[in-house]
Design a protein around this ligand. Structure first.
Ligand code: Q0Z
Length: 287
């Protein structure tokens, strides 16, 4: 840990520190959450996989949008980043109908004001990716909002910009991932503004924690495809009959090992770099 870093925030599985007035340190732990509960058992190297993948995407999407990344630390799990003024919305893009998008569609036929064709099945691929912003709930759950509500929060011009950029980022990543056997069903971006008012992609991006990754070879509309990374943990938790209320169960070592292997597999397929190479020199993902 850096000398004199000040802890400024905790997520479920990440910590945020201030390095100075302009820089933050984002540290990804090996904690894993499922059904919204953080489990007592870590998955070794999970934080490194997510940090490396995020760095990989930042390096490859710079021409679409500037991002906050300044450096990846030697530990492989810490990102030095520019401190931004974060926008108060979650920028979600959906290419497939899952999670709250599916729920809203079943109830209303639309998602965040996007009217969709009738008769779509759960997990169906959408005709076009859609931008479905959500509020950032301090506690509890993010709530999907329509364009008018999002425009009130960030302004109409900025909303158009984040919608355009979010869809371009999603298309780029989903095309890349599909060619490597991974479907990105949906993903959430967080943007901020720098001192000049330039839009900058922040937080983590296009990781299995900020997205729904599905194995392409098991994709089947009308069902809920397995999560690329967390399916073993979910299946194990379901097998216990746990009520999904904290505290969660400890996870046995074979389930941990299988889950770690899935994270590493996602990293190696998408970044096309061996994970051992990443551990030797994390900034290899940026080149
Ligand atoms: C990200 C979060 C985490 C808790 C604030 N570049 C940035 N500038 C300003 N603020 C942020 C960022 Cl990334 C920022 N979060 C989310 C991350 C722990 C909360 F690791 N909050």
């Amino acid at each position: 840990m850096p000398e004199a870093a000040i802890h400024v925030g905790s997520g479920k599985v990440r910590e945020l520190y201030a390095l100075d007035d302009e820089r933050l340190l984002l540290v990804a732990s090996d904690r894993v959450s499922t059904f919204d509960v953080v489990l007592p058992t870590d998955v070794p190297d999970k934080g490194r996989v997510l940090t490396g993948l995020s760095g990989f995407w930042f390096a490859r999407t710079e021409r679409i949008c500037a991002n906050h990344l300044l450096a990846l630390r030697e530990d492989g799990r810490s990102t030095e980043c520019r401190r931004l003024q974060m926008l108060p919305i979650e920028c979600v893009v959906r290419g497939y109908l899952a999670g709250s998008g599916w729920k809203d569609y079943v109830r209303t036929g639309s998602v965040c004001g996007h009217e969709l064709p009738a008769g779509l099945l759960e997990s169906a691929e959408l005709p076009e990716p859609i931008f479905t912003p959500a509020t950032k709930a301090a506690t509890g759950h993010d709530e999907n909002i329509d364009r008018a509500q999002a425009a009130e929060l960030v302004g109409a011009a900025r909303l158009e910009e984040v919608e355009h950029v979010s869809i371009a980022l999603y298309r780029f990543a989903a095309d890349h991932a599909r060619s490597r056997g991974i479907l990105i069903a949906d993903t959430k971006f967080e943007f901020g503004l720098d001192a000049d008012g330039t839009l900058v992609l922040g937080d983590e991006a296009l990781t299995p924690d900020s997205s729904r990754f599905w194995p392409a070879d098991e994709y089947e509309p009308g069902a809920s495809p397995p999560s690329f990374d967390k399916q073993f943990v979910r299946d194990y938790c379901e097998s216990l009959g746990w009520d999904k209320i904290a505290p969660g169960p400890e996870i046995p070592e074979d389930v941990v090992a299988g889950t770690r292997a899935r994270y590493v597999e996602a990293f190696e397929r998408l970044a096309d770099i061996s994970f051992d190479r990443y551990l030797e020199d994390p900034e290899v993902v940026l080149r």
